[in-house]
Design a protein around this ligand. Structure first.
Ligand code: S3P
Length: 428
């Protein structure tokens, strides 16, 4: 579906977003693992989270809508049952990798499948540690989906020094580790999002610049009441749109402010953005609060490699801020962008080239400078929700607007994107 966006003149008012996608996946998985009834408020409406719910249902959990919340009947320790059909993760890497960790510790065989994009994304990163924990896998020659998980023994606890910065891999190993008496340890050199550790109440230590988290049977989840704060990654698009539109001010209510997720706000503030946090609270060990944003003039800065894992999902939105900021925009040390829902380095560079900007594509990033020469662009989403939203907001900032092909991919994380934007655009 091709979507046209016209230039906007002003952003204002307030916005509440549906639940954070990462926290929602975990609330669904942890409540399905618990013995008995849990509730989830403000669950994400993302297609990715629906994929996780459907798989948990196939394994025996049940979900009911009860006005403001979802009521979950979980299965308990090793209480999941074998599914008669394949488990379809759709477009969702988080579903595939986290659920692989859970299935590695069950008593039955399962097969995970996914759509075309997910079937090209690397699974070796979970196959390798979970094999060390005693599980057998059958995958394609490239170690991608379809992936058959064939547990052969009880889970063997491991100490795992992460070879790459990935919260999905970390979570997968920690979830398998919840099924053994002794501790499985994860050692990270780069901080990645820590929702799994926080929501399960796992111990976290900091030693010689490394982050060490651990799981074991005593941390197996119990039924609970989850509140999922608004999606901070989704808010990146609304924040950048507000910053770059003159005379604008936007309040985003009850959004996740977990410090492993707010890296892009730190970057934007260093670029000169007027953004502040208000009314910070905590629920299920997760911080959330309100974010106030005002139009700002921005200057590009050097983005430190340590922060890359914390801004990885927001780089498409930051790149849009970057082309309107003074100086050249440069991202490096970000080769993980190549294995997201699309090859995001390539997707962003091709769309920027289309505007007539000077773009240099590198193995682990890109740089961009120059001025916009094409004022009638048609962008491609490459089937990637965050590329669709990034070039949707860019279109709204161009004098003659712009179009995005394949815009339906926004449903993967935010089916309400257009409705949200309409509600904050002020017509003058
Ligand atoms: C996620 C982790 C990140 C992120 C993804 C969601 C998660 O991937 O890009 O959108 O919920 O754990 P990594 O595994 O590369 O950190």
């Amino acid at each position: 579906m091709k979507k046209r966006f016209e230039k906007i003149n002003k952003v204002g008012g307030e916005l509440s977003l549906t639940g954070d996608k990462s926290i929602s996946h975990r609330a669904v998985i942890f409540s399905s693992m618990s013995q008995g009834r849990s509730t989830i408020k403000n669950l994400s409406e993302a297609e990715d989270v629906r994929s996780t719910m459907k798989i948990m249902q196939q394994l025996g959990a049940s979900f009911m809508n009860d006005s403001e919340k979802i009521v979950v009947e979980g299965c308990g320790f090793k209480g999941f049952k074998k599914s008669v059909s394949y488990l379809d993760c759709g477009n969702s890497g988080t579903s595939a990798r986290l659920i692989a960790g859970l299935l590695a510790a069950q008593k039955f065989k399962s097969t995970l499948i996914g759509d075309e994009s997910l079937s090209m994304r690397p699974m070796k990163r979970v196959i390798e540690p979970l094999t060390r924990m005693g599980t057998h896998f059958n995958a394609t020659a490239n170690l991608t989906l379809p992936l058959t998980i064939n547990p052969k023994s009880e889970i063997v606890p491991i100490n795992y020094e992460m070879p790459l910065a990935s919260a999905q891999v970390k979570s997968s190993v920690l979830l398998a580790g919840l099924h053994a008496e002794s501790e499985t340890k994860i050692i990270e050199s780069f901080q990645t999002r820590n929702h799994t550790e926080k929501m399960l109440g796992l111990p976290i230590k900091y030693e010689n610049g490394k982050i060490i988290s651990a799981s074991s049977k005593k941390y197996y989840p119990k039924p609970g009441e989850y509140f999922v704060p608004g999606d901070i990654s989704t808010s990146a698009f609304h924040i950048v749109l507000t910053l770059l539109t003159p005379n604008s001010e936007l309040l985003i209510r009850d959004v996740s402010l977990n410090p492993t997720r707010t890296g892009f706000i730190e970057v934007l503030k260093k670029m000169g953005a007027d953004i502040s946090f208000e009314d910070i609270r905590t629920s299920s060990n997760e911080e959330f609060g309100n974010v106030l944003v005002r139009s700002s003039s921005l200057k590009n800065i050097t983005i430190n490699s340590q922060i890359i894992p914390n801004i990885i999902d927001e780089i498409p939105a930051l790149a849009i801020a970057g082309i309107f900021a003074e100086g050249d925009f440069l991202i490096d040390n970000a080769k993980e962008l190549r294995v997201k829902e699309s090859d995001r380095i390539h997707s962003i560079c091709l769309n920027f080239k289309h505007l007539g900007l000077n773009v240099e594509e590198k193995q682990d990033g890109f740089s961009v400078d120059g001025s916009i020469k094409n004022f009638n662009p048609i962008f491609e989403s490459y089937g990637d929700h965050r590329i669709a939203m990034a070039f949707g907001i860019l279109s709204m900032l161009l004098d003659k607007g712009g179009e995005v092909n394949g815009f339906e991919s926004v449903d993967i994380s935010n089916p309400r994107f257009e409705e949200q934007v309409r509600s904050i655009v002020i017509k003058s």
